[in-house]
Design a protein around this ligand. Sequence first.
Ligand SMILES: [Zn+2]
Length: 304
Amino acid sequence: MPLTLNQIRKNCQQARERMATARAQHWAFGAFNLDDEPTLIAVARAAKKHNAPVLVEVSQGEVDDIGLNNIRDLVDNTKEAFGVEMYVNLDHSPSVEAARAGIEAGFEFIHIDISQANHDASDDEIINATKAVVRYAKLTGASVESEPHYFGGSSNLHTEMIDYEEIKKTFSTPDGARSFVEATGIDTFAAAIGNLHGKYPVPKVLDLKLLKQIRQAVDCNISLHGGSGTPGHYFRDAVKIGVTKININSDMRIAYREALEQALKENPDEYSVAKLVSKYVVDAVEKVVTSKIADFNSSDKALI
Ligand SMILES: [Zn+2]
């Protein structure tokens, strides 16, 4: 059943209040990528078992595959069936139009990312598009997230090493963060402090000193993208510093694929791949989600 505008506004208001609570209590929402329905079940099971509030999120690829309204319905039905606190985020929305569609579909969180769609977008283009989404989000009260420039990597298993000297050039700066937040009025600043999309042959290193400076420079929420392949201690510290949303995708995808490959190998006569997914893959993805919930200090924080 589609949500009414009033229900959407209520959800968005609650999501805003919960982000503030997370910041005050030093825990973070895991924002877990929703590749398909089994992935959603894995997130819901982990959230239920550990009484953790969670976000699920989709990028444009999943929106094209599944559809915004189907995603909203899937999340609402699952939320109700499991009795969990769950919100939905439109991740890396490539245009103002795509972000507006997410707002209208009732997503509580909207990430507008003009620079990923166009690496050459000017500062003004990025600021103006972000401002337009912030303005439109007033319709429902959805929280808007963004960052001032392109953020590296892709949600996959990478074989190349991480060139920290190159990556450092793309780090957020406290002054840059402050002026971007002031210019756009966003609710959540996506910080770049060594986090990178994807999983690499070496563990990631986060600059927590820089994170502290950014935390002091801005008064809005702070998120970390590219959380996969990051040693857990960084998250535990980042959450203490005041990060309230951490995106996880690649770690789940890798667990998904490895479990599926193993299941196919062990069950050569089973042609219902969906059965194998539900029997083996969901558990593997759930384990990843559970370990992140522990690192994000979000166990036993759910409203329900
Ligand atoms: Zn991201």
